[in-house]
Design a protein around this ligand. Sequence first.
Ligand code: CUA
Length: 333
Amino acid sequence: MRAGTRVRRRRARLMVLVCSPALLSGCSLAGAMAPRGVGADVSNGLWWLMFWLSAAIFVGWGALFGYGLWRRQRPDADPGGEARLHRRFIVGGGIVLPLLVFGVLFFYDLEAINAQPDGDDVVVDVTGYQYWWQIAYSDPEFVTANELYIPTGTDVRLRLHAEDVIHSFWVPQLSGKRDMVPGQVNELTLHAREPGRYLGECAEFCGLQHTHMRFEVVAVPPEEYEQWLEHMSAPAAEPAGAAERAGYDAFMDASCASCHVIRGTPADGRQGPELTHFASRRWLGAGVAPNDRGHLGGWIVNSQGLKPGNHMPPVEINADDLSDMLTYLQSLE
Ligand code: CUA
């Protein structure tokens, strides 16, 4: 190897070594390691326990390795003593230590299972579709999509369904994952300790747009949750003004109404997400773009450009009708 190449490689290795802590310091504790719910507290505790156990094993291994090197320098060591030492290491490191570690993890796991919330003060049905989430409340009864509101300090029992293929429901800051399997109802209880917006994702590969199958859990104080329920269970606002009325007509005339529900209107398709209070949602296409006028226009005309493989076909519409339709959809607070 040429001397120049060797120096370059050495420099590159040094750079990696110097930069690693700097790069890692850019990571903040987020997701499952910044728990805001009882279920996630438990997983986080287990994670740290395993981390410190692994760290202790690593340090112990390093010490033994150093000790071994040191012993090798002493050829006059007593051979009988050497054999006894080997036996001790085999029994200690091969039997006692694993039993201890797995024993601690086993009992901690049992405790963790018992500590999971399992109440049903509020019950919500969540259904996974390729590639979005339907969310159905029962009291009062209404359906929405991609934003799951829950009251803080309350056990919220989720009944998880899947319409087409297997999905998996995961809100890292609130709880562990739970698979959603067609033809089966799995349950998971969320308990958010504090208000906030928590990112949720599909955690089971379910097709081309698995990566864009996100949702938000919005945890709000119970009084605010009651207000939200009341608002959401009401039918859509009537179109007000010429542009909104023209947009309403454009929506009903185009193919939109055969795939989406807008409560209080003839739109009653069940293929895509409910749009009754669509404008109150923050994201489009299950987290693929912000819900603003520009992205919404692009989404309607060609959602395949933003999220290839999703099940919404392009809508053929002229510019004036599109503008009115956007005005109408943005009025659906
Ligand atoms: Cu649904 Cu991945």
